[in-house]
Design a protein around this ligand. Structure first.
Ligand code: B1M
Length: 216
């Protein structure tokens, strides 16, 4: 099977919510030596398609959940390979990352965390549905160089602003750079929230974190 065929089959597996099939195809891609980032793009592209179908009402929530599990399985295999390929990279800094309160989407956030780890950052992932105060508490306790927040739903995007304000109130805002991202987020929203950067995807997030810390 060539790369295009594998990516096509993987996209179908994600679209159909075939959990075992998607992981097995991702493993085949790794064994064949295909670029894991390129294969990952097939997975995220398929999830976008799934999102459109769900948004149009062409799919039930239970079906969406299977598609998400299929994507997660493949993503886990591919991100492990990315980390393996980037072994022995120098330490670049500490990043605290999480999905904001009220939001349980974690695939994008985990992908950003995995690529940052592969790049040489120590990433502390505090999970999903993270209350504002937990972000602030962890920034105070762990002193990360960068705080990353992810949000995917319109009603949770406002949380970035709340956390930034809470960091200011705790006197911690000047001690940490803030980057935000998620499917609905753009540069303008990030600026309005008071963040220092916006990541359009995981690769861009890594570039922005490097730039925030003046790492060439
Ligand atoms: Co949800 N969901 N979902 N969902 N879901 C969306 C976001 C939605 C757009 C689908 C749709 O209707 N078209 C819609 C939001 C609409 C809106 O608000 N305008 C939606 C909805 C409505 C919901 C529920 C409310 C559905 C319901 O219950 N009726 C519910 C919300 C629950 C909650 O959070 N409270 C819900 C639930 C779910 C599942 C649990 C079934 C599942 C998530 C499973 C999981 O994460 N473990 C799910 C999924 C899978 C999606 C879609 C289809 C795919 C999301 C995804 O993982 N994409 C999504 C549609 C879409 O996004 N177009 C949708 C792949 C991922 C790699 O991309 O997360 O964008 P993404 O991350 C990218 C970039 O955005 C960026 O880099 C990543 C890698 O490239 N990025 C960052 C992300 N975070 C970053 C942080 C950074 C920097 C970059 O710095 C820190």
């Amino acid at each position: 099977m060539d790369r295009e065929e594998l990516i096509g089959k993987l996209s179908t597996a994600v679209n159909e919510g075939s959990v075992e099939e998607s992981s097995s195809l991702a493993e085949k891609g790794v064994e064949a030596g295909f670029d894991p980032l390129e294969v990952l793009a097939g997975v995220t592209g398929a999830l976008k398609e799934v999102g459109h179908r769900f948004g149009r009402g062409d799919m039930f929530l239970t079906e969406l959940m299977f598609c998400a599990e299929a994507a997660k399985g493949a993503t886990a295999v591919l991100t492990e390979e990315i980390k393996r390929q980037k072994r022995d990279v120098p330490y670049l800094g500490r990043v605290l990352i999480g999905t904001v309160a009220g939001d349980i989407h974690d695939i994008g956030k985990s992908l950003v965390a995995a690529l940052l780890t592969a790049e040489g950052f120590e990433v502390i992932d505090i999970g999903i549905d993270v209350p504002d105060e937990a972000f602030v508490e962890k920034v105070g306790e762990l002193k990360p160089d960068v705080l990353g927040m992810s949000a995917l739903v319109s009603s949770t995007m406002v949380k970035f602003k709340d956390v930034v304000r809470a960091l200011e109130e705790a006197g911690l805002r000047d001690e940490v750079k803030v980057i935000v991202g998620g499917a609905m987020i753009d540069q303008e929203w990030a600026e309005q929230a008071g963040a220092d950067a916006f990541g359009s995807d995981a690769v861009d997030a890594v570039a922005k974190v490097r730039s925030l810390l003046n790492i060439r």
